[in-house]
Design a protein around this ligand. Structure first.
Ligand code: MGD
Ligand code: MGD
Ligand code: SF4
Ligand code: MO
Length: 706
C-alpha cells in the first residue's frame, strides 16, 4: 500500500527516533550513508541533540539490521524466508489458534515508539482483523501511573499541560523522580534559563543524579516514600497558612479529606519515613509558599511503583493546594518518556481503550468508532488484559502472540519468569529492526522499516503533534509496521477495512475516529502541522489553532473542577529485611535507550557505557569489600545478575541503582518485582529488596552487547 520512495539526497526535516522530547533533526544523504544534524528551528531542542540523537544514523544502516523475514525451520533455527511465507505462517497459526481456543487466545503487544498512525492501526487490527480483546502496549510499564493520576485529578491525561518554553519563567520547579540531564539533555537548557532568571530547581531522588547535582536543593528520599514526602510538604503549607483558599474553593473539590489525611504527617514523622531532614522540608515549604509561579514535574521515579498512582496524586494535591494548575508559568506535569509515549496512549492500543482516549466500554464511544470503522458495534470486543497480565497468561489463555516494537525479554519486570512463559506459547511473532532478545524467542521475525524510512506523526511530551518524514528508502526488504498490518489484515480476510492510499489517509481516519473524544485530533491535518511547527491537542475543528495550555478556565471533569484525592503513605510491596537488606532501584543512563536494542549497537555509545553497572555508596561497597570497577552479583527473590561496581557518594547508603538497558546475565529485570499498582497495573520497577551475593560465580561482563 505505501509506495517505496527512492533514496533521496535532499535534506529532510524530521524528528529523533528515541525519546518524547522528539528533538527536531535533519537527515541527509542516502540509505547507504545517512547523516544527521540538529534542526535549529524547532522550539523544543533549539538546535541541541543528545549523544543518542547525534549517533542515530548509525542504527539505520547497521550491518546487523534485519533485512528479510525469518522463520523457524524444521531444525528449530531461525532462517530467511520470503514475506509471503512469513505471512502464510502467521495467518495459519492465528487461524488454528482462534478456531481451537477462541478469538481472545491471540494477544497483541505493541509500543510507544510507534507513530500515531501505527498505534491506531494496532488497536484497529486487534479488534477488527483479529477480533481479540487482548491488546496492550509497553506504555503500561511507562506512563500508566501518571496517566491514571492525571485522569483522576484533571479529567485528562496530557503529560505536560504547558509548553516547555514556559519553564524558564517558573520561580520554583520541583522535579520529582526525574533525571532529564541524562534522559532528555536538551531539556536542561530550559532549567538553565530558569536559573539565569533567578528561579530555583529542587530535585527529589534517592541519589544525586546528574540533574540533582545541578539543583539548588536535593531531597534524597528513601525509595518508595514519595506520598509521605508530598503529604509532609502539604502539611507544612497548611500549617503555615500558605495554601490558596480562593483557588481551592473556586477550581477544586475534595480538599477537606486531604487536609484531614495530611494532618498526621508531622515533619518529624515525615523525616523518619522519607529520610529527608526536617530543615529541608521546612525550606522547600517556604520556597513553595513564597513563589508566585511554580511547577511540580514528575518522572518515572515516583510513578513506577505499586503505589505509583497514589504517589502522583499526592504530588498533584500539593500543586492544587498552591493554586498552580492552570495558572501562567505554573502547573503540574509529567515527562512522557518514549518517542510517541503520548500519542501511543491515546489511539486505542491499550486494553481498555478506543481512539481519542475513549473507553472501550463506553457505549457512545463504541458507536462512534464502530461507525468510523464500518463495523457493527457488537463486533467490537470489550476490555482485555493489561501488558503484564497478558504476559502472565502466555501459554494459558493466550496461545499465540504478535509483538511489535517491544523488547520485553529485557524490559519486563521479573523478566526471567516472562521468558519462561513465552516458551509455553504455540506461536510467537515479533516485528523489530534487529534480532532483539525477544525476537530471538520468536517463531517468525519481521524486519521493520525504521523512523527515517517512513512517514507518520508523533505526539511529543507537550501534546504537540509533529511529523516524522521519510528521508530514505527502507533497507533490504524491511517494511513499515503499517504496511505489515494492512497486508496481514488482507490475508486474514479483513482487507476491506484496511485500505489506505498512503499514511496521511490513515491519519485522516484517525482524526475522524478521535472527533469528540478527550484527545481530539479532528482539526489536525498534515498541512496544518507543517504550517504551525506542530499542533497541540485538543484541536477539535479545522479553524482551531490547537491548545498549548490546558486548564486555563476549567478542567474537563463533570463539574469543571480539579479533584483532590486523599492519599495515605503505604510501604512498597517489598522492603529491605535481614535477608535482602538494601533497596534496589532501576532507571537509565545517558548513552543507552531502553532495552538497548538500538543503542548497544552504536560504537560511540558502547564506548561511553559498555557494561551494566551498579551504583552504590562507598560505605556500602566497603562493607562488602568492593571497589570501583569490581564485578558484583546482586540477588533478589526473583533472580541474580552481575554488574560493574560504580561508586557514588551522592546515593543513599541503603540504596543500589542500576540501569535496565542490558539483558542476559546483566539484566536489572532479572531482579525487579512485578508487584502491580492496583489502578494503573504499573510494575514496581523502582523499589525492591536486594542483597549483594558473595557466593554466586560472577558471569563475564561486557558480553551482552547484543
Ligand atoms: N538516556 C535515556 N533517555 C531516555 C530513556 C532511556 O532509556 N535512556 N528512556 C525514555 C523513557 S521511555 C522514559 S520513561 C524516560 C524516563 O526518564 P526519567 O524518569 O528521568 O528516568 P529514570 O532513570 O527511569 O528515573 C528517574 C529517577 O528516579 C529516581 N528514583 C528511583 N526511585 C525513586 C523513588 O522512590 N522516588 C523518587 N522520587 N525518585 C526515584 C532514580 O534514581 C532516577 O534518577 O526517559 C526517556 N529518555
Ligand atoms: N527495570 C526497569 N525496567 C523498565 C523501566 C525501568 O525504569 N526499570 N522502564 C520501563 C519503561 S518507562 C519503558 S518505556 C519500557 C521500554 O521497554 P521496551 O519497549 O521493551 O524498550 P525498547 O528498547 O524501546 O523496545 C522497543 C523495541 O522495538 C524496536 N522498535 C523501535 N521502534 C520500532 C518500530 O517502529 N517498529 C518495530 N517493529 N520495532 C521498533 C526496538 O528496536 C526495540 O527492540 O521499559 C520499562 N522497563
Ligand atoms: S533528547 Fe531525546 S529526542 Fe532529543 S536527541 Fe536525545 S534521545 Fe533524541
Ligand atoms: Mo518509558
Amino acid at each position: 500500500m505505501i509506495a517505496l520512495a527512492q533514496s533521496s539526497p535532499a535534506p529532510v526535516a524530521t524528528h529523533c527516533p528515541y525519546c518524547a522530547l522528539q528533538c527536531g533533526m535533519v537527515v541527509h544523504g542516502k540509505s547507504s550513508f545517512p547523516a544527521i544534524s540538529p534542526n535549529e528551528f524547532f522550539s523544543v531542542n533549539k538546535g541541541a541533540l543528545c549523544i543518542k540523537g547525534w549517533t542515530a544514523a548509525e542504527v539505520l544502516n547497521h550491518p546487523e539490521r534485519l533485512l528479510r523475514p525469518l522463520a523457524r525451520n524444521a531444525a528449530g533455527r531461525l532462517s530467511l524466508v520470503s514475506w509471503e511465507e512469513a505471512y502464510a505462517r502467521i495467518v495459519s497459526a492465528l487461524r488454528t489458534t482462534q478456531s481451537k481456543y477462541g478469538k481472545d487466545a491471540v494477544g497483541l503487544l505493541s509500543g510507544g515508539s510507534l507513530t500515531n498512525e501505527k498505534a491506531y492501526l494496532m488497536g484497529k487490527f486487534a479488534r477488527v482483523a483479529l477480533g481479540t480483546r487482548n491488546i496492550d502496549y509497553n506504555g503500561r510499564f511507562c506512563m500508566s501511573s501518571a496517566a491514571a493520576a492525571s485522569i483522576k485529578a484533571f479529567g485528562v491525561d496530557r503529560g505536560l499541560p504547558f509548553p516547555l518554553e514556559d519553564i524558564p519563567y517558573a520561580e520554583i520547579v520541583l522535579l520529582v523522580g526525574s533525571n532529564p540531564a541524562e534522559t532528555m539533555p536538551p531539556l536542561m537548557q530550559f532549567f538553565e534559563q530558569q536559573r539565569r532568571n533567578g528561579g530555583r530547581l529542587i530535585v527529589v531522588d534517592p541519589r544525586q543524579s546528574e540533574t540533582a547535582a545541578k539543583a539548588l536543593l536535593h531531597l534524597k528520599v528513601t525509595p518508595g516514600t514519595d506520598a509521605a514526602l508530598a503529604n509532609g510538604l502539604l502539611h507544612l503549607l497548611i500549617r503555615d497558612e500558605a495554601i490558596d483558599h480562593a483557588y481551592i474553593e473556586a477550581r477544586t473539590e475534595g480538599f477537606a479529606k486531604v487536609k484531614a489525611e495530611v494532618a498526621t504527617y508531622w515533619p518529624e514523622r515525615v523525616e523518619r519515613i522519607t529520610g529527608v531532614p526536617e530543615e529541608q522540608l521546612t525550606r522547600v515549604a517556604k520556597l513553595l509558599a513564597s513563589a508566585q509561579t511554580a511547577m511540580i514535574i514528575s518522572g518515572r521515579g515516583s510513578e513506577q511503583q505499586a503505589q505509583g498512582v497514589n504517589n502522583t496524586l499526592a504530588w498533584i494535591n500539593l500543586a492544587l493546594a498552591r493554586g498552580l494548575v492552570g495558572r501562567p508559568y505554573s502547573g503540574f506535569g509529567t515527562l512522557t518518556g518514549q518517542g510517541n509515549g503520548q500519542g501511543g496512549r491515546e489511539h486505542g492500543q491499550k486494553a481498555d481503550q478506543l481512539p481519542g482516549y475513549r473507553k472501550i466500554d463506553d457505549p457512545a464511544a463504541r458507536r462512534h468508532v464502530a461507525a468510523v470503522w464500518g463495523i457493527a458495534e457488537e463486533e467490537l470486543p470489550g476490555p482485555g488484559k493489561s501488558a503484564y497480565e497478558l504476559m502472565q497468561a502466555l501459554g494459558g489463555e493466550i496461545k499465540a502472540l504478535l509483538s511489535f516494537a517491544f523488547n520485553f525479554a529485557v524490559s519486563a519486570p521479573d523478566a526471567n519468569a516472562v521468558k519462561e512463559r513465552v516458551d509455553k506459547l504455540d506461536f510467537f511473532c515479533v516485528s523489530d529492526f534487529f534480532l532483539s532478545e525477544t525476537a530471538k524467542l520468536a517463531d517468525v521475525v519481521l524486519p521493520a522499516a525504521q523512523w527515517a524510512e517512513e512517514e507518520g506523526t508523533m505526539t511529543n511530551l507537550e501534546g504537540r503533534v509533529i511529523r516524522r518524514r521519510r528521508a530514505l528508502a527502507p533497507m533490504g526488504e524491511a517494511r513499515s509496521d503499517a504496511t505489515i498490518l494492512c497486508e496481514l489484515a488482507q490475508r486474514l480476510g479483513r482487507g476491506q477495512y484496511f485500505k489506505y492510499a498512503n499514511t496521511e489517509a490513515i491519519f485522516n481516519e484517525l482524526a475522524l475516529a478521535t472527533a469528540g473524544g478527550v484527545a481530539d485530533y479532528s482539526g489536525i491535518t498534515y498541512d496544518k502541522i507543517d504550517e504551525l511547527q506542530g499542533v497541540h491537542w485538543p484541536c477539535p475543528a479545522a479553524d482551531h489553532p490547537g491548545t498549548p495550555h490546558l486548564f486555563r478556565g476549567s478542567f474537563p471533569t463533570p463539574s469543571g473542577k480539579a479533584r483532590f484525592h486523599a492519599v495515605r503513605h503505604l510501604t512498597p510491596a517489598e522492603e529491605p529485611d535481614a535477608e535482602y537488606p538494601y533497596f534496589l532501584t532501576t532507571g537509565r543512563t545517558l548513552a543507552h535507550y531502553q532495552s538497548g536494542t538500538q543503542t548497544r549497537r552504536v560504537e560511540k555509545l558502547q564506548e561511553m557505557a559498555p557494561e551494566a553497572y551498579a551504583e552504590m555508596h562507598p560505605h556500602l561497597a566497603k562493607r562488602h569489600g568492593l571497589h570501583e570497577g569490581d564485578t558484583v552479583t546482586l540477588a533478589t527473590r526473583r533472580g541474580t545478575a552481575a554488574f560493574r561496581v560504580k561508586l557514588s557518594s551522592g546515593i543513599r547508603e541503603d540504596t543500589i541503582f542500576t540501569p535496565f538497558h542490558w539483558g542476559g546475565t546483566n539484566s536489572a529485570n532479572a531482579l525487579t518485582n512485578a508487584a502491580l499498582d492496583p489502578v494503573s497495573r504499573m510494575p514496581e520497577f523502582k523499589v525492591c529488596a536486594v542483597r549483594i551475593d558473595p557466593t554466586f560465580v560472577v558471569p563475564p561482563l561486557g558480553g551482552s552487547r547484543i
